[in-house]
Design a protein around this ligand. Structure first.
Ligand SMILES: *Cc1c(COP(=O)(O)O)cnc(C)c1O
Length: 356
């Protein structure tokens, strides 16, 4: 039976990425050696890193004055690395979910954190709209896509202070205006590569402004200066990321991805809104994530939750169980998920409706 992979992360990757990485695990760049057993300083691997950085810049249309670096530690390490490098007196954060809260917790170690708005009152099922970013903050932090709660900020925010964005789960899903951000970071395991590599896009002119000593490994400048080669970078995930970037380019880049992502997510939300059994957890269509579609059983049908999970699993739908903080279901529709998988899920939802 065909499996449809709706896991939230690690998650579906292009077949192209998996096949090319598998080949390189046997023979990398014609060296007769595995990608796992070559020096990260070999010219063949340096070429991989450089091509990945160049493609990253090309696909996101990153202007001059920014570097792309590949690190270990996951997005979670960025929660402290951002304040280490940028926090002077005060930082502003938008609280839109579990990942925002974790970022806020780390920032508080460094001093005053102003929460400009929060959607915690409704279990993070919307994006706060009317808020003012304090002009005296050192930076403003947002989580563009809330992987757990299924909300997404789909526009680039105008801010009087540098914007730092956790884009772990929506990077490369749509075009963004990078010039509106000071730092964009994320773990690669949602939309780009297997777990193990973290991407960071850094604007040079926001660095070098804090007085504290920054541990060498947590200083962005270290990794910019050494081209992500200060220490051993995650070789295999970086190689895989390059394959995904090549695949993205060949598919028409982020503008084309956005069209497909709109189509896929609308198809699923339309079915959730139509089907009497289900209800989207995010009421306002403008706030609904295109990457992580969260839904629960509608009022009166709660008792059928377990049965639907089994029904769908038996038909090849993998990873649709919702996060424990939301319950119900979550279907993640990352770039590599084909439209046919959404069609298959919609069909299963309709078939299940007929059994009730
Ligand atoms: C998954 C996720 C993280 C955590 O990433 P790690 O690489 O596991 O540290 C952070 N932020 C968002 C939005 C995520 O989806």
């Amino acid at each position: 039976m065909k499996k449809h992979n709706f896991y939230a992360g690690p998650s579906i990757l292009p077949q192209y990425t998996i096949e090319n990485t598998a080949k390189a695990l046997h023979d990398f760049a014609g060296m007769g050696l595995s990608l796992m057993e070559i020096s990260h300083r070999s010219k063949q691997f340096i070429a991989v890193v450089e091509e990945a950085q160049a493609l990253f810049k090309e696909l996101l249309n990153i202007p001059e004055g920014y570097s792309v670096i590949f690190l270990g530690g996951g997005a979670s390490t960025q929660f402290c690395m951002v304040p280490y490098n940028l926090f002077k007196k005060k930082a502003a954060y938008l609280n839109t979910g579990a990942w925002s809260k974790k970022a806020i917790k780390e920032a508080k170690i460094f001093g005053e954190v102003e929460i400009v708005a929060t959607s915690e009152d409704k279990n993070f099922n919307y994006i706060p709209k009317d808020f003012t970013i304090p002009a005296n903050a050192d930076y403003f932090h947002i989580t563009t896509n809330n992987t757990i709660f299924g909300t997404e900020i789909l526009h680039d925010i105008d801010s009087p202070v540098p914007v730092v964005a956790d884009m772990s789960s929506d990077i490369f899903s749509r075009p963004i205006d990078v010039s509106k951000y000071a730092i964009i970071y994320g773990g690669a395991q949602k939309n780009l590569a297997p777990a193990g590599v973290t991407f960071v896009v850094v604007k040079h002119d926001v660095l070098g402004k804090v007085d504290r000593d920054i541990p060498t490994m947590l200083n962005y400048q270290t990794h910019i200066d050494k081209g992500s080669m200060f220490n051993t970078p995650p070789v295999v995930p970086i190689f895989a990321a390059l394959q995904t970037l090549k695949w993205l380019k060949e598919k028409g880049g982020v503008a084309e991805m956005e069209k497909i992502n709109i189509k896929k997510s609308e198809m699923l939300y339309d079915e959730i809104d139509r089907n009497k059994l289900f209800k989207a957890t995010v009421p306002d269509p403008a706030d609904r994530s295109r990457m992580n579609v969260c839904f629960v059983m509608n009022e009166g049908y709660e008792a059928h939750e377990k049965a639907f999970n089994e029904f769908a699993t038996e038909r090849g739908m993998i990873g649709i169980k919702g996060h424990r903080d939301v319950g119900g279901f979550r279907a993640s529709l990352y770039n590599a998920l084909p439209l046919e998988s959404v069609e298959a899920l919609v069909k299963v939802m309709q078939e299940f409706e007929h059994t009730i």
